[in-house]
Design a protein around this ligand. Structure first.
Ligand SMILES: Nc1ncnc2c1ncn2[C@@H]1O[C@H](COP(=O)(O)OP(=O)(O)O)[C@@H](O)[C@H]1O
Ligand SMILES: Cc1cn([C@H]2C[C@H](O)[C@@H](COP(=O)(O)O)O2)c(=O)[nH]c1=O
Ligand SMILES: [Zn+2]
Length: 197
């Protein structure tokens, strides 16, 4: 999906960039899907670079790791701008935990795509309050392809689109996994929020 380069009259690949966003709640398979697409690009012998925000060191300093332990080597960076220098010569740039990047992320991805890079960014579309998270809405607006993946609600087994926080913290950024968060459907998320009040 998506990776076949277009071929011009002289049979050479035309280098055209675009932006793909993979979004959803926690545990919805964003990282798995990102790794799957990046591995396919690697099989196609494309030059791939993967970035994640330095803040996310839950499993590993450098690897991007999914909840079911799939992993791919990445470069932790502090600012979205750093991708221009490090990713400009790549065929494909992958970004995990995109929600933690600064507001410059969408502009950086547009610059990369305009220069011929395929950009694939995975991130939470909503925070623990169900509000849009960081640079994700702006990024989704400029993307050619947006894929929303779904987890399973741990309360009722329905499709989950929310990340419910089982902790009193009210900071937007709180790194964690199942000890602090549950994937929940709209109904069970609302019920949980009512009980918190
Ligand atoms: N509630 C859940 N719904 C779906 N998958 C879950 C759930 N809890 C744990 N998982 C596991 O998480 C994996 C997805 O992990 P990952 O790709 O890291 O998700 P994300 O990056 O969206 O948080 C699934 O394949 C499954 O093994
Ligand atoms: C909802 C929410 C999540 N976080 C943190 C928790 C995790 O460390 C990451 C999300 O990781 P995943 O790969 O999507 O499972 O984000 C947060 O800081 N604030 C939130 O509101
Ligand atoms: Zn539910």
């Amino acid at each position: 999906m998506f990776i076949e380069p277009r071929v011009g009259n002289d049979n050479h690949a035309i280098r055209r960039g675009w932006i793909e966003v993979i979004c959803g709640s926690m545990f919805s398979g964003k990282t798995e899907e990102l790794i799957r697409r990046l591995n396919r690009a690697k099989i196609a012998k494309q030059k791939v670079e993967i970035f994640k925000p330095t803040i996310d060191k839950r499993y590993h300093e450098e690897d991007v790791v999914s909840h079911n332990a799939n992993a791919i080597r990445s470069t932790p960076i502090d600012f979205a701008q750093d991708m221009l220098l490090l990713g400009g010569s790549c065929d494909v740039v992958g970004i995990d935990e995109a929600q933690f990047f600064d507001d410059g992320l969408a502009e950086v991805c547009v610059k990369l795509a305009n220069s011929g890079v395929r950009v694939i960014a995975a991130g939470l579309d909503m925070d623990y309050l169900g509000k849009p998270f960081g640079p994700m809405p702006a990024l989704m607006a400029v993307a050619e392809y947006v894929t929303k993946v779904h987890a399973i609600c741990v309360q009722c087994g329905d499709i989950a689109t929310y990340s419910f926080r089982n902790s009193p913290s009210e900071q937007q950024v709180l790194l964690g996994e199942t000890e602090s968060y549950e994937a929940r459907c709209r109904h069970c998320f609302q019920e949980g929020m009512k009980q918190k009040r």
